[in-house]
Design a protein around this ligand. Structure first.
Ligand code: PMP
Length: 394
């Protein structure tokens, strides 16, 4: 064990007994580089973050420009700062008219915490409906509405009044009632192994929420910001949420999230009592500069138009008798095999060959692929060859 590995394992808290353990020196585009000169293709974008690749030059420049002006100056919600203002304006321009007011926070889980609190305040109700196999974050509120029992049981008691229903199952929609404050749902279930719902189901869900007077929260923390080929995944379903949550790729590599709603709803957090959600670093100007540049790159460089063709190319090249099923939307894939053990061996073989794939939280028979949207055709071909070789070796 070398010196840096020893520090990492002993002096930084660990999340598993078997961390991935690649030492990173620098990153550029789809590549991660180790000090020993080894190069890895990042086919998971740092788990849904580097949608425009690592260190996109426009993002780096925007961060540098902001560093010349100011860093943190005040907690969220008090001072007027140009960069968060421009980010909020950009979001408003890109989103439907009812999503006109952004509350900027630090992470995905905080975005969902804020969204749930807002829905409770706006409706005056307490019940939350969520979905089996969902993942919404690791803090207590977000964990309470996540559907993975194994991960939750050690932390009870969690939030009361949470009801779980099956995803993409129209029969269960009757459980959304006049007691329901909100329904929180990933537009595409990510850690359940990339589950794409039917358009008719999402429309029925929207209608049921309207009929019951419940707010619809769409969690696009993993599937948003171009991942599916649309800037926001809900655009595939001809529905609009009451509250949208984003994070991960939103920040272009810096930590920032947002819950976004209508000003009429959002103003509940300002009174009775005031300061309904507060956050010191929410809307940090450096993170906002990075997020704004990321949105500009995605919307101004025709990246979205290329996503479907790139997704299809992956699908065409990833042909192997051991693959049971590929589920895909845009550049978000779950590749299914016959056992978790085989998936484990493939991911580790991939790492040895210089291609990074990864597991899902709630679906052990698959590995994920979600590469930067900027990946080139040649990079796709080379990556797929390596993945096929990893499957053979495993
Ligand atoms: N929601 C979804 C759908 C996610 O995939 C994640 C992270 N994997 C989160 C919420 C939580 O985001 P964060 O890790 O930034 O708290």
């Amino acid at each position: 064990m070398d010196f840096s590995e020893r520090i990492f394992l002993n002096n930084l808290a660990q999340t598993t007994d078997e961390p991935y353990l690649i030492t990173i020196e620098r990153a550029e585009g789809i590549y991660l580089y180790s000090p020993d000169g080894k190069k890895y293709r990042d086919l998971i974008s740092g788990i849904g973050v580097s949608n425009i690749g690592h260190r996109h030059p426009k993002v780096v420049r925007a961060i540098q420009d902001q560093l010349e002006k100011h860093l943190h100056v005040m907690v969220y919600g008090e001072f007027i700062q140009d960069t968060p203002n421009r980010l909020a304006k950009k979001l408003t321009e890109l989103l439907p008219p009812n999503l006109n007011c952004s509350f900027l926070v630090n992470s995905g889980t905080e975005a969902n915490e804020g969204a749930l609190k807002l829905a409770k305040r706006f409706t005056g109700r307490t019940e939350i409906v969520s979905f089996r196999k969902s993942y919404h974050g690791s803090t207590h509120g977000s964990m309470s509405v996540s559907g993975n029992e194994v991960k939750k049981q050690a932390f009870r008691p969690l939030l009361p009044d949470v009801r779980f229903i099956d995803f993409n199952e129209p029969k269960d929609l009757s459980q959304i009632t006049e007691h329901t404050a909100c329904v929180i749902v990933e537009t595409i279930q990510g850690d359940a192994g990339v589950r794409v719902p039917d358009v008719s189901y999402m429309k029925a869900l929207r209608k049921r929420c309207d009929d019951a007077g419940a707010l619809l929260i769409l969690d696009e923390i993993q599937c948003g910001i171009g991942r599916t080929g649309k800037l926001f995944a809900f655009e595939h379903f001809q529905i609009v949420p009451d509250i949208l949550t984003v994070a991960k790729a939103f920040g272009g590599g810096l930590p920032i999230g947002a819950f976004i709603s209508d000003k009429k709803i959002m103003k509940c957090l300002t009174h009775d009592p005031m300061l309904g959600h507060i956050t010191t670093f929410g809307g940090n100007p450096v993170c906002c500069a990075s997020a704004l540049a990321t949105l500009e790159v995605i919307t101004e460089h025709n990246l979205l138009e290329q996503v479907e063709a790139k997704g299809k190319l992956f699908e065409k090249l990833l042909k192997h008798p051991a693959i049971k099923e590929i589920r895909r939307i845009g550049l978000m894939f779950a590749i299914d095999f016959d056992s978790a053990e085989r998936v484990n061996r493939i991911v580790l073989q991939g790492k040895a060959l210089g291609v990074i794939t990864y597991w899902f939280l709630s679906h052990p028979y698959s590995f994920r692929i979600a590469p930067p949207l900027t990946i080139t055709e040649d990079e796709i071909k080379e990556s797929c060859q390596l993945i096929l070789q990893a499957i053979d070796n495993a």
